[in-house]
Each structure stands twice: as C-alpha cells, then as structure tokens.
Design a binder for this molecule. Structure first.
Ligand code: RRO
Length: 307
C-alpha cells in the first residue's frame, strides 16, 4: 500500500470518492468508510436544507452520468451529525464539503464541521447547477470575499473545488486570487455544466431540469489540463486532488503524472459501487510498482513536455 502524508494528514493510498456521489446519507458514508477509499468527501451542504431540483435529475449510462441535482442536502447541521456518526466508524480523513456564501452562516457551518474534527473543509465554488446564478468560480470578486472570510474562520486545512471551464488565462487570474488564501488542497475539477443528453429512441431530454453537469470519460483531458496548471502554479505548497474521467488505473496514473497527489472518482463509483475503490487502488499500485516507483510522490507531476 502506498501511504501518503499530505498537508499533515495521512492517506492510505491515492483513490477517494468525489463529492456528490452516494455521500449524503449516513449509511452511504459508512459504505465509503468501509471501502478502500483513502478519504471520504461528504455531499456539499448548504446552511438550510434543500430539496434540490425536480426529478428525473440524474442519469447513469455505462461510461457517463449527468446530474442536475441542485444541491439536495439536509443542511449543514444534520450533515455534521452524520459526520459525527461516521467518525465513530473510521479514522479516514474526512473532507466536509460546504457551499459558503453568507459570512455569518459560513461561521456556524465551518465551526460545526470543525467540532466534528473533519480533517479538511472543502469550499465548493463550482456547482454547475448553480441555483439560477452564475457558478461562484466565474465571479472572482465573490470568490475572493468568500475565501477571505473562510480564512478568517477556519483552523483546519481547506480545499477549493474548482470549475473545469476557466479559460487558461482566466485560470491564471483565478490562481493569483486564491493564492492569497493559501489553499491546502485544490480539487480539480467539478463536472462541466450546461450539458444536455438526449435519448434518440424516445427523442426525449433525459433530465427534467434539462441541463446538468456531465461526468464520464470525456472529461479527462479537461481535468488533466486544469490539474497541470494548478500544479505548475501552486504545486509546491498546495496538494492537487484530481477529479474527472477516471475509469481505470491508467486514468488515475495520468492524473498523478499531471500533478495530482490524490485522485477522486465519481461516475465510476456511481456505476460500480464501493468495490471500485479497491480495484483501481490495487491496479494503480501494481502499475506504479511495475514502473519501479516506490512511492506515489515519485510520479506526481512527472509528465514531461514533448521534445
Ligand atoms: O448538487 C449538485 O447539483 C451538484 C453539485 Br453541489 C456539484 O458540486 N457538482 C455537481 O455536478 N452537482
């Protein structure tokens, strides 16, 4: 097993779940805890409970998903209770994912998660089903305000979950802004939104809210491009968590070569269930060993420019 110590936190391996997939209910979280996932991310929570969008709001194919969930969650206070129950079952690091907007609300949300000793607070700036507004990532001033406030409150390490859809130059500006707040982790990337899926047989759009966030193999190059830029600009101090398009150990290896230390899986977990963590982790370990790596860190960011 390739253990890692990142930002002072121990991880037994590199593969973990991505926020939003089977990670809301206590029993779902416990299933992840009992799997080989090296950490547990909880569904992004809001201050007040939310029903989410009308159904159908989720579609799963053999190699893709589309969701327009609209942040259904029981509210941060109930999620904190679930994290408390989860902590009794596991020592794995927990990333408590939150959508933090209002200053006063953010204070109570962060404090309640810290009281449950989450290892990391994930600040989700990139939900694609953005509740009738721009996703936060596109409003740098708002992100700046949110992160400044979070940094004032927080004692634990923070992760920032980012959008896949910043243009390269915009991404550099975004990085300049977030650098001030010393992110411990960047989770790159959330699902690209504004996606539409149509069933050609029924000629119907698959989701009731029509547009949603796409998960699946096709995201991988976009995820890799994002990971690489965050790694090149922030990688000395910030740990990059890759997310997007991972179905096999080779996909995970590519994320690591681009600059990710941890790799999170969403659609492939939704499709295959928790046994997939062990399968990808074991195969990744075998791949790394067969290439003579004796640790994950030796491979991180090692993709070289073509001559
Ligand atoms: O709940 C959602 O609609 C959702 C969220 Br918060 C997110 O961050 N990413 C996503 O694909 N869906």
């Amino acid at each position: 097993m390739f253990n890692q110590k990142l930002q002072g936190i121990k991880f037994e391996g590199a593969i973990m779940n991505a926020s939003g997939v089977k990670d809301t209910e206590t029993n779902e979280l416990i299933k992840i805890a009992k799997s080989r996932s090296c950490a547990i991310v909880t569904k992004t929570a809001t201050y007040s409970p939310r029903e989410g969008n009308p159904k159908p709001r989720y579609y799963e194919g053999i190699d893709k998903t589309i969701n327009s969930m609209g942040l259904p969650n029981p509210g941060y206070a109930v999620m904190a209770e679930r994290i408390k129950a989860l902590k009794k079952q596991t020592n794995k690091p927990i990333f408590g994912s939150l959508r933090l907007i209002e200053k006063k609300e953010a204070y109570w949300m962060i404090k309640s998660y810290e009281q449950q000793n989450v290892e990391v607070i994930e600040v989700n700036l990139s939900t694609p089903n953005a509740l009738g507004k721009y996703q936060l990532c596109y409003d740098f001033e708002k992100c700046d305000e949110i992160l400044k406030n979070v940094r004032k409150i927080v004692k634990t390490p923070i992760a920032i979950k980012v959008s896949p859809f910043l243009d390269g130059m915009q991404q550099l500006d975004f990085i300049d802004m977030i650098k001030k707040y010393k992110p411990n982790f960047i989770v790159a990337v959330n699902s690209p939104g504004n996606a539409l899926m149509i069933d050609p047989h029924t000629k119907k759009i698959l989701l009731k809210p029509k547009w949603g966030g796409y998960g699946g193999r096709g995201i991988k190059p976009i995820a890799l491009g994002n990971i690489r830029r965050y790694y090149e600009e922030l990688g000395k101090k910030t740990t990059i968590v890759g997310c997007g398009g991972i179905f096999t150990e080779l996909d995970a290896f590519e994320h690591i070569l681009a600059g990710a230390s941890l790799v999170s899986i969403g659609s492939v977990f939704a499709i295959n269930g928790p046994k997939i963590f062990e399968e990808i982790e074991n195969r990744l370990e075998r791949t790394l060993k067969s290439l003579d790596y004796s640790s994950i860190s030796e491979a991180i960011g090692q993709a070289k420019e073509v001559e």
